[in-house]
Design a protein around this ligand. Structure first.
Ligand SMILES: Cc1cc2nc3c(=O)[nH]c(=O)nc-3n(C[C@H](O)[C@H](O)[C@H](O)COP(=O)(O)OP(=O)(O)OC[C@H]3O[C@@H](n4cnc5c(N)ncnc54)[C@H](O)[C@@H]3O)c2cc1C
Length: 469
């Protein structure tokens, strides 16, 4: 492996090389999902776009497949390979905001917390995910769901340009005018087309604080609460994010308000967040909370700094736990589906595992489906079945719980899946991420562009669009 890799072509670049057999190597190959244990021949940590280009040219010439690591949060572990070369972008993590042009320049290896902190300083925001240690790279390239998406769209809807190292080592800037096909493909096509060393993102004016509320509903009342949620979310204002997390109620710092008897017990958490003036948020959210009167066992609410909200779930989703997930979109929410979800909660295998049921719509649905490579714009109800646990002995049980639940939901699902939630084993594989959306045209265009930009499939560790398909 390493002994056969001649890296002399990288001499004179600022690529830090991490080789097997060192503690540094073991740290660098560790991903968020504790089930992934892969050993690349070499991990390259570039400091600049030029270093990335040199590393790509070298790896291609050496015939080495290349995995690209952003924040390392890919559930199936796409950012780490056995043998081959990993280009780890963790040193390219700048987050610079220009308040005059309202744009952010974000390094390809930056984390969401870097972005949120940099934008908040200027009372700006870029809509992105909800856990601050998630990598921005993978999240943006797959679409980018988050608390603000109904108001401000997916992360890709705020992407205005990107610097990309292509499979042949060329560096290009992609935006609506230059390389428009590539720019289209980057907005949903995941890591298939090249290595993004810098994202340029439009920022949106946003106060530093938001109004939030987190009601907890016990399972015997979950059906009634979900019926109200289903009705209310059909034409809810864009500012309102109101999602469902079936899980064990957290028993960690920040959740001291959860009553003792509910901690780590299966419940339905229904957090509401108002992406606008907190005073409006209080009024709007309290009105909805009143609809749940008699169904809520515990609740907390108030004004909170947005950056704090963005890291509230960091520990819930701490690094290193075992993880297995399947995801999709429901075509509707008939009573039968609600009952399937509630029934599964009576068999929750671990308190950290969870079922997420969300509502898209709003700004996400107003972007035409063909404008970007994210084809699920009009799929209203995303779900994410997350197995999260610690003991390897529980692997079969948790996997089976996820698989059984997915199978029960399949008849009510579109067959598509959000590429960043997909666990890699959904029916249809990569096709579920891009597949039949927009009459299959997204898939066809992506496959054609993959042939153009990466004909040898150098970038294959992702929801792959193999050129041969
Ligand atoms: C705790 C947790 C919370 C999450 N929350 C959300 C959420 O709120 N919203 C949401 O939409 N998703 C969320 N996700 C899913 C998340 O979007 C994906 O896991 C995403 O892949 C993470 O990106 P990453 O850079 O950390 O991943 P990595 O594992 O580093 O990479 C994932 C894929 O993207 C590619 N990639 C990464 N960076 C680049 C780059 N700069 N250029 C080219 N290719 C690149 C990699 O090669 C790989 O194929 C969450 C995941 C976790 C584990």
């Amino acid at each position: 492996m390493t002994s056969t890799l001649d890296t002399s072509a990288l001499d004179g670049t600022d690529n830090h090389l991490v080789r097997p057999g060192t503690q540094e190597y073991d740290e660098a190959r560790t991903l968020w999902n504790g089930m992934i244990d892969r050993r690349p021949a070499l991990i390259v940590q570039p400091a600049s776009t030029e270093d990335v280009a040199a590393a790509v040219r070298w790896a291609a010439e050496a015939g080495q497949p290349v995995a690209v690591k952003g924040g390392g949060h890919s559930a199936p572990g796409y950012s780490m390979c056995d043998d081959g070369v990993v280009i780890d972008l963790s040193r390219i993590d700048h987050a610079d905001v220009d308040p005059v042009t309202c744009t952010a320049r974000l390094g390809g290896g930056a984390l969401l917390g870097d972005l949120d902190r940099a934008t908040a300083e200027h009372e700006l925001v870029v809509p992105a995910g909800a856990v601050s240690h998630t990598g921005a790279g993978g999240l943006i390239l797959g679409g980018g769901f988050g608390h603000l998406m109904r108001k401000h769209g997916l992360s890709i809807d705020s992407l205005v340009g990107a610097t990309v190292v292509l499979a042949d080592g060329r560096v290009v800037d992609a935006d609506e005018q230059t390389e428009p096909d590539l720019f289209w493909a980057l907005r949903g096509g995941s890591g298939n087309f090249g290595i993004v060393t810098e994202f340029r993102l439009r920022c949106h004016p946003f106060g530093r604080e938001v109004y939030v509320c987190a009601p907890i509903v016990e399972l015997q009342h979950a059906r009634a609460a979900l019926e109200i949620w289903r009705r209310e979310m059909v034409d809810a204002p864009d500012e309102l994010t109101w999602n469902n997390f079936f899980r064990g109620a957290p028993a960690i710092e920040g959740f001291e308000w959860v009553p003792e008897h509910l901690r780590e017990q299966p419940v339905l958490m229904m957090p509401m967040i108002w992406a606008g003036d907190p005073a409006d948020g209080r009024r709007e959210i309290e009105a909805r909370l009143a609809l749940l009167d008699g169904l809520v066992s515990a609740s907390t609410g108030g004004v909170m700094p947005f950056v704090e909200l963005q890291s509230l779930f960091d520990e819930v989703f701490a690094h290193g736990r075992r993880h297995y997930a399947k995801a999709g979109f429901l075509t509707g929410l008939p009573d039968e589906v609600l009952d399937v979800l509630i029934e599964a909660m009576h068999r929750l295998p671990h308190h950290a595992s969870q079922i997420e049921l969300m509502r898209l719509g709003g700004a996400v649905a107003r972007v035409p489906a063909e404008a970007t490579a994210f084809p699920h714009r009009t799929a209203d109800w995303p779900f994410n079945l997350i197995g999260l646990w610690d003991d390897p002995a529980q692997d079969p049980e948790v996997r089976q719980w996820v698989r059984d639940l997915y199978a029960a939901l399949e008849p009510h699902a579109t067959g598509g899946a959000y590429v960043n939630y997909a666990g890699g084993e959904e029916a249809g594989g990569s096709r579920s991420a891009y597949g039949d959306g927009v009459g299959g045209r997204t898939w066809d265009r992506l496959v054609a562009l993959k042939r153009r930009y990466d004909p040898t499939n150098l970038f294959r560790f992702n929801a792959n669009l193999a050129p041969a398909e």
